[in-house]
Design a protein around this ligand. Sequence first.
Ligand SMILES: *Cc1c(COP(=O)(O)O)cnc(C)c1O
Length: 451
Amino acid sequence: MNTRRAIPAVEKILQSLGADSLPRPFVVRLVRGELARLRAGGESLSSGEIVEEIRVQIDQLQRSRLQTVINGSGIIIHTNFGRAPLGAAAVRTLGAIGSSYSNLEYDLSTGSRGSRAGYAERALALLCSAESATVVNNCAAALVLLVRHFTKKKAEVIISRGELVQIGGGFRIAEILEASGARLREVGATNKTTLDDYAAAIGRETAFILRVHQSNFFMSGFAGAPPNETIARLARKQRVPFLVDLGSGALAATEKLGLVEHEPTPAEMLKHGADLVCFSGDKLCGGPQAGIIAGKLRLVTALKRDPLFRALRCDKLILAALEATADAHLRKDWSEIPVLGLLQTPLESLHSRAQGIVRQFAPPSLNLLVVDTNGELGGGTLPRSVLRSVALEISSNDFSPNQIAARLRQATPAVIGYIVKGKFRLDLRTIFPEQDQQLIQSLHSCLTNTK
Ligand SMILES: *Cc1c(COP(=O)(O)O)cnc(C)c1O
């Protein structure tokens, strides 16, 4: 006798699942896939079990949707969490421009075709004290454009061995340069590069000299490289462009914003004699994902005429958010640039919020402590700057630190912390004050219910 249960029909499972929480074609695909898997594997599940399995898959799919999270990591620019949150004005503009027609490429004075990104470009040029500026999709795209544009006749890019940085998971400067058609002419040693190294490398095949900001690491001890000014002078004498990839692109002086390190600014690089600089829009600049290029008018104009520029240009939503972010920088209104606002939140206010949360939420099964911590800026910026901060340290009679982390990730919105020395922590610097009540609710629902 065959004891295997019959595989139920797709329709029956769909009915048992009830109202769709995902568009129906998604659910149908999941059900078909699961039934096919059962048929192929000869596995036997009751229809109730199948429905449960599909519910788990639907839930996983829901969790892969883009959604807000509460960032308790203490890392202000976290690539996994979308880097820079946008300011209120940027979000308002983005909504308005996105939901209507706009003058994206239309000149309202003349009634004829206008230039795209005109305002953003002028604002960015002003912020960088540059003759001109423009913007593409991200800093990686800016590098691709620079390499493709400047290596049309000569292929060699001179770069110090100490600057062949890896940025994040799998993004290496050397690889992106080579993939864009550059032949690398590496100079110097890992820890030392001299002006003579640069001078000796310049030849008939030199397209440009590239300096890359080390971003996420630093060298100490027997290390050194020539100052920008001397490289710029050499480049000018030899008639080769000198380009700088700044990565994080701090428009404001970081040492005045509560950090110990000074991050080189685009304006200062151009003053030192760089012909062009590029940097990210969503790191210390605090705007949307973008790659900003600033410098000599002649070079920026040529880049914008390059056919590749068309493939890398930003869309209207990015430009809208970037205009608002640039305005906030020009006004030094840090309340409109959350990355810079979070950086400057005084420790006292983090302390009083942490104590407020502990006062409002003290179930017997949990132990909540307010502890002093060190956060970081993240996003491959200012690796030496430790950000003093305040965290909630949470331990439980019922759950291990890993279980606490996993449960809080299931909350809506998900709450993300970190574990240090076997203790689960939530750093308050990267949690917006208006999220405190949501946080308390999530702690309550995820950690006081042992089921
Ligand atoms: C972050 C970074 C990049 C990449 O920037 P994206 O905007 O993420 O493309 C490139 N170069 C340096 C030096 C960086 O720090």
